[in-house]
Design a protein around this ligand. Sequence first.
Ligand code: ADP
Ligand code: MG
Length: 709
Amino acid sequence: MATETKNNRTPTTLDLSTDISYLKGVGPQKAQVLGRELGIFTFDDLLNHFPFRYVDRSVVSRVAEIDPEKDYVVLRGTISNMQTITTGRSVRLTAQFRDSSGTLDLVWFQGINWIRDSLKPNTLYLVMGKVTMFGNTLQMAHPDIESAIQQDKALAHPFIPIYSTTEKCKAKGLNQKGIARIVETLLDHARGQIAETLPSDIRERYRLMERETALNNIHFPKSTDHLAQATRRLKFEELFNMQLEYQYSRSQRLNQSQGRVFHTIGEHFNRFYREKLPFELTGAQKRVIREIRNDLKSGHQMNRLLQGDVGSGKTMVALFTMLMALDNGCQACMMAPTEILANQHYNTISRQTEGLGIRVELLTGSLKASQKKKIKSRLAAGEIDILIGTHALIEDDVVFPQLGLAVIDEQHRFGVKQRAKLWAKNVVPPHVLVMTATPIPRTLAMTLYADLECSVIDELPPGRRPIQTIHATDAQRLRLFSFMRNEIAKGRQVYVVYPLINESEKSDLKDLMDGYESIRRSFPLPHYGVSILHGQMPPDAKDYEMAHFKSGENQIMVSTTVIEVGVDVPNATVMVIENAERFGLSQLHQLRGRVGRGGEQSYCILMTKDNLSATSRERIQTMCATNDGFRIAEADLRLRGPGDIQGLQQSGMLEFRLADIVDDEPMVKATRDEVKNILDCDPNLEQPNHFLLRKHVSQTVHIEWNKIS
Ligand code: ADP
Ligand code: MG
């Protein structure tokens, strides 16, 4: 640690990675609960265990005016009538608190002797805690008590930090006050030794408090203004570090990893374009293909995110990109999150490239072992050009001698680890194109994908009519059925989707089966065919049901969200979503995207119960009002917060302690630009004033494709 301190402002900084048990007043027992209950293992963890709110000691309530709804009050008065009461084996201490307006009961169940001895009659105290109604009287259990004479201290630090804690912590003396005490000990111990992490010019320009001052004030604010400044400084640091990590790893990738260079556009690409392309590409598709083309010949490994609303034609862009790989002597693969989707891609792509001499194969988990083995050995022998599949593609024994490009469809379904595993498939990492139909709001993209290049297809193929979205309730079910019959009479097909939040949830599956039965009764054979699809069916049954729907033999598909992702049946014009209030906005939008894929007017019908919560209602209204995926994503972010955006939950990338990606958008932008400027002129962070930043990235950034084994 102490080797490179030359440029460090404070050479004797405290090692914040020190185990928390070494802090005075902690010790092994408390350290154990801190770690287990609150995730606090080191000094640093404790410093970052910020209060979730503060009580202002200078705002004193009167007993007569207590609002038992408020969780924490500060009272000022005297304590009398102390009594130790024994009932059976339990002992408690009670006392009466009195101020000029009334009285209230205090009660303790622990630490009785000590409390009884330390409280004095006729002394003014500040008594703080949560008030509850016990029968007809107000009561406060285990109040925090301070002598009101300590006014000086109270005035210097009017705010009491309130920390999250747990019952097990409290049992070890780590209640609010106990935690505040050890934080105070640590801050005292660390005085003058907490290293600054932000470059001084940035700190000056943004008028940011020093790190140590900020940490002191976030725990024990001197004033409201100090608290605001401390919070601002620490938020900035949080966002800045995140940008630094992502942008640094991106610039390292661009600068250091050569990537394969795809020099030529060749026979495969050109012949496909001239002879096979079934339609004119949209302007947006052409632009994105150019962007990709520039990446591929640049001599840097491509890591590009392709965003495009459902139905915008991402698959075709992927196919052109794969053809470029083939033209340069490489293999390509395409990974999809479900078997249905992998099958569909396989069928489309082998059909579209027929006669061009391209060897396309499919590898999924449900193939027979002997088939898998055969495909793997052909792949290893270089006898397959394009391999399409599911997670099966990333198994270790899938060996590509010449993998030049990996396409990942509907990337939000895959974890970061799985993506990284694909990168590791070759000594020279393949170019990576990830595609998603879940639009990422701008602020999120700025943060989450700071290490990816982004392309957007913002144009639908011509002739698409906007889908009409209608909200309906159970009372209108008969009308719904007759509407479905009408559409089917016109030769169209219908999806009916049920939420299956939890695949193993019996009640969800029952909803689906009941729904299926009811549809069967209303749409009987031989006039109507109804397919059913859910995740727990064996793969060949799924294929069977899907095939009958795709061929048009069955007009209705009753299913769970397994059809959400990417399924393409252009003749389907009606999407009925049952219990629509149980779906998130992005998911509703994905589902809706299954229709409106042909030239016909399509409809999405959102079935809900009668009385909806305010946010459910707003979600449904948003869906009825717009077809624009980006607007929907923004609304989703606003209504549910980033943690709930599909696929981001697992990512762990959005767990900020202080920053809020929606409210702090200006700061997200500022930190992004600052980091960009720094890396533009000093990509390896070698300048002396970037020493702290280099230290940070050396501890946090791991270039993933080298690391994964
Ligand atoms: P997504 O972006 O949702 O993956 P797909 O790639 O499945 O969309 O494309 C949706 C449908 O639009 C497919 O049937 C595809 O053949 C068709 N399509 C794609 N590009 C065009 C285009 N430029 N003109 C007309 N139809 C197109
Ligand atoms: Mg798709």
